[in-house]
Design a protein around this ligand. Sequence first.
Ligand code: NDP
Length: 245
Amino acid sequence: MNAKEKSLVGKAAVITGAGRGIGRAIALAYAQNGASVVCAARTQKDIDEVVREIQTDGGTALAIQTDVTDLNAVTQLFRKAAEHFGSVDILVINAGINKDRNLVEESEPQNWFETVNVNLIGAYNCAYSAIPYMKQRGGKIITIGSGVGHKGRQGSSAYACSKAGLWMLTRVLAQELSKFKISVNELIPGPVNTTMDNDSKDSVFKIDGEWVKEPEDVTPLALFLASQPEIGPTAQSFSLMRRDN
Ligand code: NDP
């Protein structure tokens, strides 16, 4: 790919949950398209490895160990990202977990709280901390949502409620930030073969007839959303699913 074909040259992107799975794939794809990428997650060796891959491929990246539930750590993440790369143009709110796999009555409250804490409070922490930097030149916020957050799913109440909240946060942010030329859209990947669902009896892979993806299959849409014009779509949900689940 020559420099002209790279759609994200000159942009700095922060991607949460970039140590593995979908976040890692998006980090690699953005870097290949010319962005400077900040990889954030809790496991230092995972993000170090992604940064090494990007640098080996000739790209620019920085690993910043961050727990998105810790507002202080998230504040530092964006301060360091802006200091290092001069701006924050793209934020992918991707870090997510699914620890709640029971009916509400049988659920483990701690798992419920933890799921909402990472998927929704963590997303708020990121948006809250990123906005002051993104307002300077406008940009793109992409939230990684789920069809479960639109439709609900029994036995997944925390995940469903956290992703429903994330979708509403996406819409509200889009309304609040359009005057700063910041677009905010949701990307719904549908089932993707990652570690998130490894321990599940009720796997996302059990959706009949649905396209089960590899993380790399999500990157064309993530690139599309990051490279739309200033007056491009905002407050929208883009899904890679084939069925109305
Ligand atoms: P993975 O489990 O493969 O990766 C999750 C990433 O998030 C890891 O890098 C993990 O790193 C990070 N993470 C988890 N908790 C935190 C935290 N508190 N702070 C910072 N980083 C954290 O998951 P996926 O790639 O499958 O999921 C990515 C997103 O896609 C999630 O939001 C998920 O809900 C969504 N999604 C996934 C689908 C799928 O089928 N896989 C379907 C629909 C949506 P670490 O543990 O080191 O912090």
